[in-house]
Design a protein around this ligand. Structure first.
Ligand SMILES: NC(=O)c1ccc[n+]([C@@H]2O[C@H](COP(=O)([O-])OP(=O)(O)OC[C@H]3O[C@@H](n4cnc5c(N)ncnc54)[C@H](OP(=O)(O)O)[C@@H]3O)[C@@H](O)[C@H]2O)c1
Length: 244
């Protein structure tokens, strides 16, 4: 079984991605600070359906200096890492003039610096092992903008630039690097958007609906599969046509 790390795999999009990959013959290691109840249920289900396909590793990915040690521990325990899905992220909404500077720093640390440093430690080995796949979960806000999400959107735009350049850098060593840009998906992160906001998103999207966790998980599965072997440096938008 090929090992795939899914950061933020305890709920929302990350849990959906972890479950999908565990059912597709990968050995998934979900990383998050806490093991949520839905993840505990997924671990039990996976143990029955595909033993050894889903694992949980507790860590705070905002502790940048710990990331090298985490990768070392995981390689020692599970072996070479084939795929890395940089999904963990956070969001604070609020207009920039009122946003505490500590929140700006935290957003940049968790959403941008952490995936970059984690990727640094993982891609080294992928290059030495002769290949691998990296998928960065960005957001349509990284290219459309969204009022009240200026710092969050900047962290996601950074991931897109990171994806394109790293694809060029690591390609010759057989590593594909892509991003997925979801539109609005109903998870804990997006609970603050009220009914009216949701209706507006549905009304303005080409398909008159919202993308779902499953859609994002399918996109990630594709980008890890042999079907996408000649796709790198791209951004796959999964937004039911919100930006079409
Ligand atoms: N939902 C959307 O509409 C949407 C749209 C576009 C892009 N995205 C992106 O998709 C990704 C997942 O979003 P989501 O909606 O699924 O969010 P979510 O439901 O809030 O889940 C976030 C995940 O990240 C983990 N996480 C957060 N901070 C962490 C830290 N310091 N260390 C380790 N793990 C951490 C959380 O686990 P713990 O709290 O236990 O650590 C959780 O598993 C994010 O990058 C988000 O920006 C979401």
């Amino acid at each position: 079984m090929r090992n795939v790390l899914v950061t933020g795999g305890s709920r929302g999009l990350g849990l959906g991605i972890a479950r999908k990959l565990a059912g597709a013959e990968y050995r998934v290691i979900a990383l998050a600070r806490k093991e949520s109840e839905p993840l505990a249920a997924a671990l039990r289900e996976a143990e029955t359906a595909h033993p050894g396909s889903l694992h949980f590793f507790a860590c705070d990915l905002g502790q940048i200096e710990e990331l090298g040690g985490i990768v070392k521990t995981l390689r020692k325990k599970f072996g070479p890492i084939y795929g890395l899905v940089n999904n963990a992220g956070m969001s604070f909404d609020g207009t920039l003039p009122l946003m505490p500077t500590a929140q700006i720093e935290q957003l940049v640390r968790v959403n941008t610096i952490s995936p970059m440093v984690l990727t640094k430690y993982v891609v080294r080995h992928m290059m030495a092992d002769g290949g691998g796949r990296i998928v960065n979960i960005a957001s349509i806000t990284g290219f459309t903008g969204y009022s009240g999400l200026s710092v969050y959107s900047a962290t996601k735009a950074a991931l897109i630039g990171f994806t394109r350049s790293l694809a060029r850098e690591a390609g010759r060593m057989g590593v594909n690097v892509n991003a997925v840009a979801p539109g609005f998906v109903d998870t804990e992160m997006t609970q603050s958007l009220g009914e009216e906001g949701r209706e507006r998103i549905v009304r303005r999207s080409a398909l008159r609906r919202m993308a779902e966790v499953e859609d994002v998980a399918n996109a990630v599965e594709f980008l890890l599969s042999c079907k996408s072997k000649n796709i790198t440096g791209t951004v796959l938008t999964v937004d039911a046509g919100s930006t079409a």
